[in-house]
Design a protein around this ligand. Structure first.
Ligand code: ADP
Length: 224
């Protein structure tokens, strides 16, 4: 299993920022000048706090009117936070085999790499198919010699492969896993040649990836 580090950014408000939110909540609309007065601070001192609070969606600022409190539930904020996590930051290393590798070799590779799915590639890293544990089990049901059956025969083949890209949100990738009832998604980059379009495998997102992020999020503190 590959090691990786999950970075979670949840906005934790400082005491002063929480105070500003409380003031705006009870006095909307209120100008920056008025908030500063209530806190005995200058408008300039408050500027960075107000910028953070508006950028993170706690407050809304309207020119010549003032600041409004944006009433968002903890769930809404959490949902917004989750949808801002991207595949590029959480993908793990793909484990690949060539199309002419045998079913026997694919089984060995799964044990060695401790994964449940392999990506089948041609021309080094171009996606050709996906092979899962059950695909391999199915191949073992017959009485054939596993060293002679190529994975290309038992894999799920392009163009029927569900993929995601580096810029997709992890949330959308997780939805693809659930809706398509699969355990893994190849992360791909499109390579456009004159004649056709190829997909280069650059990573993988699995149910384990999502579970790890879920656990990391659980470590964090309250949103507000
Ligand atoms: P398992 O076979 O261990 O339950 P999966 O649920 O991932 O693992 O695979 C179920 C079937 O879906 C297999 O036939 C597999 O080849 C196929 N499959 C797996 N991942 C994908 C994918 N990303 N796109 C299309 N088919 C896939």
């Amino acid at each position: 299993m590959s090691n990786y580090y999950v970075e979670v950014i949840i906005i934790e408000l400082s005491k002063r920022q929480q105070l500003i939110v409380t003031i705006v909540k009870g006095n909307s609309p209120i100008t920056g000048e008025q908030i500063a007065e209530k806190l005995n601070l200058t408008r300039a001192t408050l500027r960075p706090d107000l910028a953070i609070l508006t950028m993170s969606g706690f407050l809304d600022a309207r020119p010549r009117v003032g600041y409004f409190y944006v009433s968002k539930s903890g769930n809404q904020l959490f949902g917004e936070h989750i949808r801002k996590l991207y595949v590029r930051d959480y993908k793990s290393i793909p484990v690949v085999v060539k199309e002419d590798s045998s079913v026997y070799d694919a089984i060995c590779m799964m044990f060695l790499e401790d994964v449940g799915n392999l990506f089948v590639v041609k021309e080094e890293r171009m996606l050709s198919g996906v092979i899962s544990r059950k695909d391999l089990l199915k191949a073992t049901l017959g009485k054939q010699n596993l060293q002679e059956i190529p994975v290309g025969i038992v894999m799920t083949r392009m163009p029927n492969i569900i993929t995601c890209s580096l810029d997709d949100s992890l949330y959308d990738a997780a939805k693809k896993l659930i809706y398509n009832q699969i355990d893994t998604l190849p992360v791909v980059k499109e390579i456009q040649s004159e004649t056709n379009k190829k997909l280069e495998v650059v990573g993988r997102v699995t149910k384990t990836t999502i579970t790890k992020v879920f656990v990391e999020l659980g470590h964090d503190k309250e949103v507000l």
